[in-house]
Design a protein around this ligand. Structure first.
Ligand code: ADP
Ligand code: MG
Length: 346
């Protein structure tokens, strides 16, 4: 009786707590929230106060006066600032729960490389934010389910999730991670490479939002083919010799050069995992290909570069930014089938 009442008034949730974006899935409803993992805080001598969270806070990144800070409470997929992370999760859970009376069960993702202490911190922050029971699932598993891979089969699948802070590469078989690796190259690293490149080549300083914007609009993992016109864009920055704001035209070829090192590191990571994969599973992967998820999967031609470097067909998942949350949602909806994947740290 209590359980059915509880089900009527309580919406259980799945959360993809990413370094760049947090997405929330509500049981029976679908994805109800997708916002940047950013919190703007006002500080005085004695205390901190939250000013804005999510979309509103992201627009403040790099634009704040001295006493306001825009914080990204996750770094490399794990909590870097516990209090702020807890506030952020609480805010997103409240926003997503929509009139729900009881505190929800929450399925939350952690990177496969997260240590027990880091997993515990994510579970604890989610409990303090209002989760009645918090179950942890490893992100590559959720990504694979979201991408529609047959993860329960005794066959190898390979998922590469390129997020804001890291790229996580995993081989999955029989519902478990056989081998995985996390490298600290993700979207933020690529944005910084663009900032450094433009500083070095043009002596102009640009902000991280501008860098991300050009990466998405004209960036790529490979130069445009000969004969095809290179994309270009005007960007605004500050001339470092005169200190004056200025505008320059940046080309696709510029951005491809800037991103080369990061792209190479992702390629090496993928090759490294393939080399360490047991031969039977590696042959499954060679046959069935590699699936790329996460926002970084949208970098133009990254799939082509990975295919050329590994000799394995590479596919970008449908809507790669929501792959992990879609998978987490499927796990939440069919929680009995996935019990063995879900853990609690204490
Ligand atoms: P996380 O799971 O770490 O929060 P996401 O999977 O949400 O990360 O991906 C966010 C990253 O994807 C950001 O660094 C963003 O710049 C990058 N990204 C989003 N769209 C594109 C695009 N079209 N091209 C390249 N990178 C992109
Ligand atoms: Mg992610």
């Amino acid at each position: 009786m209590f359980n059915s009442l509880r089900n009527a008034f309580c919406r259980d949730l799945a959360i993809d707590l990413g370094t760049a974006n947090t997405l929330v899935y509500s049981k029976g409803e679908g994805i109800v929230l997708s916002e940047p993992s950013v919190v703007a805080i006002v500080e005085d001598k004695y205390k901190q106060k939250v000013l804005a969270i999510g979309n509103e806070a992201k627009t403040m990144l790099g634009r704040t006066p001295g006493n306001i800070k825009a914080i990204q409470p996750l770094r490399d997929g794990v909590i870097a600032d516990f209090r702020v992370a807890e506030d952020m999760i609480k805010h997103f859970m409240l926003k997503a729960r929509n009139k729900s009376l009881f505190s929800p069960l929450v399925v939350i993702c952690v990177p496969a490389s997260a240590t027990p202490v880091e997993r515990r911190a994510i579970q604890e922050a989610t409990e303090l934010a209002g989760g009645r029971k918090v179950l942890i699932v490893e992100e590559p598993m959720a990504a694979a389910v979201g991408a529609g891979l047959p993860v329960q089969d005794p066959r190898g699948s390979m998922v590469v999730d390129i997020g804001g802070g890291t790229s996580d590469i995993a081989i999955i078989s029989l519902g478990g991670i056989v081998h995985s690796k996390s490298i600290r190259v993700g979207g933020h690293f690529l944005d910084n490479s663009i900032i450094e490149y433009i500083k070095k080549k043009y002596n102009i300083l640009i902000g991280s939002m501008t860098a991300e914007d050009i990466k998405m609009k004209i960036g790529g993992a490979k130069p445009p083919p000969a004969g095809k016109k290179s994309l270009s864009q005007f960007i605004k920055g500050r001339d470092l010799s005169s200190g004056i704001p200025c505008e320059i035209k940046i080309t696709e070829a510029d951005i491809v050069s800037a991103l080369k090192d990061g792209v190479n590191q992702i390629v090496s990571g993928v090759k490294d995992v393939l080399e360490k994969t047991p031969p039977e599973l590696a042959s499954d992967v060679f046959e069935r290909g590699i699936v790329v998820t996460g926002g970084g999967a949208l970098l133009r031609n990254l799939d082509v570069v990975l295919t050329q470097a590994t000799g394995v067909p590479v596919f970008v998942a449908d809507d790669p930014l929501s792959c992990v949350i879609r998978g987490s949602g499927i796990i939440l909806e069919n929680i009995k089938n996935y019990e063995s994947w879900l853990t609690q740290m204490y």
